[in-house]
Design a protein around this ligand. Sequence first.
Ligand SMILES: CC(C)(COP(=O)(O)OP(=O)(O)OC[C@H]1O[C@@H](n2cnc3c(N)ncnc32)[C@H](O)[C@@H]1OP(=O)(O)O)[C@@H](O)C(=O)NCCC(=O)NCCS
Length: 375
Amino acid sequence: MANAKELSGAGLRGQIAGKTALSTVGKTGSGLTYRGYDVKDLAAHCEFEEVAHLILKGELPNEAELAAYKKRLKAMRNLPQALKEVLERIPASAHPMDVMRTGCSMLGNLETEQSFAQQQDATDRLLAIFPGLINYWYNFSHKGQRIEVETAADSIAEQFLWTLHGEKPTQLHTDVMNSSLILYAEHEFNASTFTARVCASTLSDMHSCITGAIGSLRGPLHGGANEAAMELIEKMDNPDDAETKLMGMLERKEKIMGFGHAIYAESDPRNAVIKEWSEKLGKANGNTSLYDISVRCEAVMWREKKLFCNADFFHASAYNYMGIPTKLFTPIFVCSRLTGWAAHVMEQRADNRIIRPSAEYTGVEPRSVTPLSSR
Ligand SMILES: CC(C)(COP(=O)(O)OP(=O)(O)OC[C@H]1O[C@@H](n2cnc3c(N)ncnc32)[C@H](O)[C@@H]1OP(=O)(O)O)[C@@H](O)C(=O)NCCC(=O)NCCS
């Protein structure tokens, strides 16, 4: 049954704001499908490039198509000199999501999408360049190192970890990253995707749509939740301490990041997948403390509030186990969700009408202007 907030129309909850053939959320299968495939099925059997191909081009690739797509993306990783110079001027204190936003926007100046015929090229270029872009800035600003972004990495998952750590990642870490990128790739009319579609509906360019979407994803109620979850669990010493701290937060009516969802009612299908990876990573590292703390948080939140972990909660421990700095968590989300955003932009363009809803006016009654000298 709809609650009071839904009935008031706040947050456009439950309202159909457009059509999509890209995904379903909370309707079929485990709760999330991309072009008819269950996300768990995709995460179990595919690598991220296969899913990107599915989302952007409509079908999973065959072996030859996948090899060609990966080769194409691999050849598009270079950072233009002007972009490197901009990245080098952004201070270490900047939020990496601001770096992503600026990087995307700068690329739009250097390699402007001249017509919609270039939309796939513009998207592939962003897919290929984003991991190296953020890690170029991170390594330069934090370690004074100018890294090589044209690595031998075989995939986007490997490319992210390789450009961050400066070496080929383990197979386990590459597998987790692949899975993570698949889980985050697409999610219907969420806030950032809707931002991209609104921008696309004005017939704007791809880089503007993606830059706007990055800005929306940055907030802690959306993509920023995985970082906020990490900041929470790293303050907890052990599962008992986690329970005490969580109970205190609930008493103070604080929001616990990484829990709850605007659409899912009882569970987020992405959670089970990343939770399993988090446990495997903890065991491989010989320290399951963060995982154990996270499991207790999950139990307490369900027991006390019937709130469940969303995709972000166990991503925090999984990313931490792979040595990824907390501030880079949300940029990984960007590297993945770019596929969904771009596909929505393409879908909007293919059947467009400018998105322009109306508002219920709650301001003062009509009045006339008092001349400035009399106010
Ligand atoms: C995702 C989220 C924004 C959904 O918001 P929403 O659909 O507006 O859900 P509501 O805020 O209506 O939630 C219903 C109730 O549960 C509470 N609630 C929801 N999520 C909560 C959380 N993470 N911690 C504590 N309480 C929470 C709300 O305060 C609200 O209580 P109220 O009715 O007394 O005001 C919300 O659950 C949230 O802020 N979660 C934390 C941020 C997060 O993890 N975001 C990533 C989403 S993938």
